[in-house]
Ligand binder design. Structure first.
Ligand code: PLP
Length: 405
């Protein structure tokens, strides 16, 4: 028997040396971990207000659920084409044309089990050992982990007002740079790029033809203050042949559990991603895909109504959070998070933002520390929860901070 598989003293199987080294390169998702911890504490009877949530607190709209039920009854319960049904690809193409002025054929569209899988496929399909990916911070926790898993090197770049500038982009690019990942509205800071800002970044990329853009537009529809959305493929059409635009139904339609995301880009990249998917998960759920067709082709007013509700919460809670001594936050331009600076709390008791998150959890508020987002000392507060919860959380945070003094 392979000695690595022999039971240890406790009789358990030891996996030391058995697991591939690539598993040691990545950490579990910090945001999922924080939400999980809050659920466990609640299950154990603790009174916890959960601001760790990375998903809308609304239900999936009825007409989408009805479309899924109808699809099941009609026998749409079998394997589908690996990277998406023709119906869903058509619906995605129509969405890009209607909302972004972008024209894609179905060969240029990939459907995955969430935007997360689409991003993972793209990185796995393109990165060789040592290839670099520029990631502006603060960033979604999964980008550097996925890059590392795919043998690439994450190059985390600091930003100004949470946004990448042309000068910082220029300084980060090397001959090994393969991708720039842009995410707007961003998780965790809600930062949004104007069309002019995207064009200025594109001007840098025109000088570096080896660099592709992965535009993660997952929070496109949660955009505040009447802003118009801009995405790289539309702002800089000259880069379209090296841009992958990723989006999904999770955040816009409150469909996080259905696991449907999509990407659009050059057909040769899409094809490579489909091969990868064919040898891993195969098609995303047939029922989820039918539901996503209904989401993308059905009434869109509910998306706007829910966005307005997120904006109302932002406006109510932002000033309260910012007024707590030691904390500071900007009003996010989109998504449903505040990225709160806790630099003013650093001292003998709390030395880093992970200490702050643990302390606040102990005081009954779950949120996510900034460290895994690449910019510290901060924490992320999700306002995808009721106004009552948000008010109570602010009260508890203020009380907890008061005790420190
Ligand atoms: N991109 C960002 C910035 C996200 O925050 C998330 C989810 O939290 C995703 C992509 C993936 O979303 P999904 O896989 O649910 O489509």
């Amino acid at each position: 028997m392979d000695p690595r598989l022999r039971g240890d003293d406790s009789g358990r199987i030891s996996l030391m040396g058995f697991l591939a080294s690539r598993t040691a390169r990545i950490k579990p998702s910090a945001s999922s971990g924080a939400a999980q911890r809050a659920r466990e504490l609640r299950a154990a009877g603790r009174d916890i207000v959960n601001l760790g949530q990375g998903e809308p607190d609304f239900p999936t709209p009825d007409h989408i659920i009805e479309a899924a039920t109808k699809a099941m009854r009609a026998g749409e319960t079998r394997y589908t084409d690996t990277d998406g049904t023709p119906q869903l690809k058509e619906a995605v193409a129509a969405k890009f044309l209607r909302e972004n002025g972008l024209r894609y054929t179905t060969k240029e569209i990939s459907i995955g089990s969430g935007g997360k899988q689409v991003i993972f496929n793209a990185l796995m399909a393109t990165l060789d050992a040592g290839d670099e990916v520029v990631i502006p911070a603060p960033h979604w926790v999964s980008y550097p982990e996925m890059v590392a898993f795919a043998d690439g090197t994450p190059v985390v770049v600091q930003t100004e007002n949470f946004k990448l500038t042309p000068a910082r982009l220029e300084a980060a690019i090397t001959p090994r740079t393969k991708w720039l990942i842009l995410n707007a509205p961003s998780n965790p800071a809600g930062a949004v790029y104007s069309e002019a800002e995207l064009r200025a970044l594109a001007a840098v990329l025109e000088r570096h033809r080896q660099v592709w853009v992965l535009s993660d537009d997952m929070y496109e529809h949660i955009l505040f203050d009447g802003r118009r959305y801009a995405t790289m493929a539309q702002a800089a059409p000259q880069l379209a042949e090296r841009t992958l635009t990723v989006n999904g139904v999770s955040k816009a339609y409150a469909m996080t559990g259905w696991r449907i995301g999509y990407g659009a880009g050059p057909a040769h990249l899409i094809k490579a991603m489909a091969v990868l998917q064919s040898q891993s998960t195969a098609n995303p759920s047939s029922i989820g895909q039918a539901a996503a067709v209904a989401a993308l082709t059905g009434p869109q007013d509910i998306v706007r109504m829910r966005c307005a509700e997120f904006e109302r919460r932002r406006d109510a809670i932002g000033p309260k959070l910012g007024a707590i001594p030691g904390l500071a936050c900007e009003m996010p331009a989109g998504a449903f998070y505040f990225y709160v600076s806790c630099a003013g709390l650093m001292g003998k008791k709390l030395k880093q933002d992970t200490d702050v998150a643990l302390y606040l959890l102990d005081q009954g508020v779950a949120l996510v520390a900034g460290t895994p987002y690449g910019l510290s000392p901060y924490f992320r507060v999700s306002f995808a929860t009721s106004m009552e919860n948000l008010d109570e959380a602010c009260r508890r945070i203020a009380g907890a901070v008061g005790k420190l003094a």
